[in-house]
Structure formats: structure tokens, C-alpha cells
Design a protein around this ligand. Structure first.
Ligand SMILES: [Zn+2]
Length: 247
């Protein structure tokens, strides 16, 4: 049980004032992909000097921090499996990320990474693991460390494997238009019949909860392309999630 959860449990009334509807079944948690979602997509990022936060990312994380969400990173790091860098490099980068975020009043509460790859891993890293997204092992690890209130928790990422993993774990999911997200979203819309109203906007709701029609036309709740919301970037994702939770 994490300290944070114990603190939330003791301050139940205060927490429910921030997050209405919370009934004490765990921490409302925002799970975030890392590369292409929080920071610029860089091939096999591992050097601190190559870490560049995306516009609005620190503010988004700060908003979640202030609203009482636990913010957790879940990231596939096949570069470890391939021998390009070590687990110590990953951990050092995460420490540095929190240092940079800290300067902007934001912080990540937990980092989980998968160092494996089923085909390209070297030695013990070559394994069909349960942690590599779209599998849910990292979410389960986070849930063991600090129970997740799935009703009020989200997964945000720029790839379908992110939203697939989040949906499998029972979370609402947001695809962000940074990293690979905009291209994937465009591809999805092109695959669907043209002429749907939701094809235009950048921060349009297209999921099951969408007030805009054509949710089935977008196919956003399919197993292959799960997505409750498409957001231009992490800050737009934060605004949608906070609006949703405050209703
Ligand atoms: Zn793994």
C-alpha cells in the first residue's frame, strides 16, 4: 500500500471534494505513455540531454497532480532488450524527467517500464512478457503498489497499443495527437466512411460517451482502436479528463 493511498484514505472527505464520485476503492490514476506523449519522440531515447518535454505536458501533469490524481508512466523500453542502453539509464532518465517537471511544479508518482522484446531481446530480455504494452502487466504492478480506482482512471498515449492496454485494464483511454497519434487518428478516419462530423475537429469526442454522433462510424470503441477521446496534446487530454471528473 503506497503512502499516498494511506493519506488519501485518511483524508477521504477532502479527496471526494476534489474528485466527485470517488468512493474509496483506490487512487484515481492517470497512466501516461512516455515517448511521443510527454516528451518528443526520439529513437531509443536514453540520454538526459535528448529529453524535450512536449508543449503543455508539464502543465497537464501539474493539473492532474493538483486535482488529486496519481500520475504514473508506463513505457515500453525495447532499447534495453536490444542492448542499446541499460535499465540504470532508464531509471536515471526518469529521475531527470521528474527533476525537469519539478521545476514546473509537476511530478510523476511512479514509473514502470518493460525492458523486454519477444524477438529482438538479448539473453534474458528476449521473452514474451506480460508487461509489454498492449499487455497489462505494468498496470497490474502499479495497481499492486497503489490500488487503482478504475472508474476514475485513464490511459493516455500516442499509439493504439497504449489505448489497447488501457482498455484491457478497464480504463477510459485518450489518444493524443503528438508523437504518432495524429497520423494514426487520420488513418483511422480515412478508413471509415467519409462525411462524418467528427472528422474535422482536433479535440473531438468520438467515444461511447460522445455527444457528437457517428461514434460507431469512427470505430473508436473497437478492440483494435479503443479510444474514448482524441486530444491534440496532453494538455487537451488533461482538460477533458478534469471536465469529465468534475461533472
Ligand atoms: Zn516486459
Amino acid at each position: 500500500m503506497c503512502e499516498r493511498w494511506e493519506a488519501l484514505g485518511q483524508a477521504g472527505e477532502d479527496v471526494s471534494a476534489v474528485i466527485p464520485g470517488r468512493e474509496g476503492h483506490g487512487c484515481p490514476t492517470v497512466f501516461l505513455d512516455r515517448d511521443g506523449t510527454i516528451n518528443e519522440e526520439v529513437n531509443y531515447l536514453h540520454r538526459p540531454e535528448d529529453l524535450h518535454l512536449l508543449p503543455g505536458a508539464a502543465e497537464a501533469i501539474r493539473l492532474w497532480n493538483e486535482a488529486g490524481f496519481r500520475v504514473v508512466v508506463v513505457t515500453n523500453q525495447a532499447g534495453v532488450a536490444r542492448g542499446y542502453y541499460s535499465e540504470a539509464d532508464v531509471e536515471a532518465l526518469h529521475q531527470y524527467m521528474n527533476q525537469v517537471l519539478g521545476e514546473k511544479g509537476a511530478h510523476i508518482d511512479g514509473f514502470y517500464y518493460c525492458p523486454h522484446h519477444p524477438e529482438h531481446g538479448i539473453g534474458a530480455y528476449r521473452v514474451q512478457c506480460h508487461c509489454r504494452k498492449p499487455e497489462t502487466g505494468m498496470f497490474e504492478a502499479a495497481d499492486r503498489d497503489c490500488p487503482v480506482d478504475r472508474e476514475h482512471s485513464y490511459m493516455v498515449g500516442d499509439k493504439w497499443l497504449d489505448t489497447q492496454a488501457g482498455a484491457r485494464f478497464g480504463l477510459r483511454t485518450v489518444l493524443v495527437g503528438t508523437g504518432y497519434g495524429a497520423g494514426l487518428y487520420e488513418e483511422l478516419l480515412e478508413q471509415k466512411a467519409a462525411g462524418s462530423d467528427s472528422a474535422a475537429g482536433s479535440d473531438s469526442a468520438v467515444g461511447a460517451d460522445s455527444a457528437v454522433g457517428s461514434d460507431s462510424a469512427v470505430g473508436s470503441v473497437s478492440a483494435e482502436h479503443p479510444m474514448d477521446f482524441y486530444a491534440g496534446n496532453l494538455l487537451a487530454a488533461a482538460r477533458w479528463i478534469l471536465d469529465r471528473e468534475r461533472k
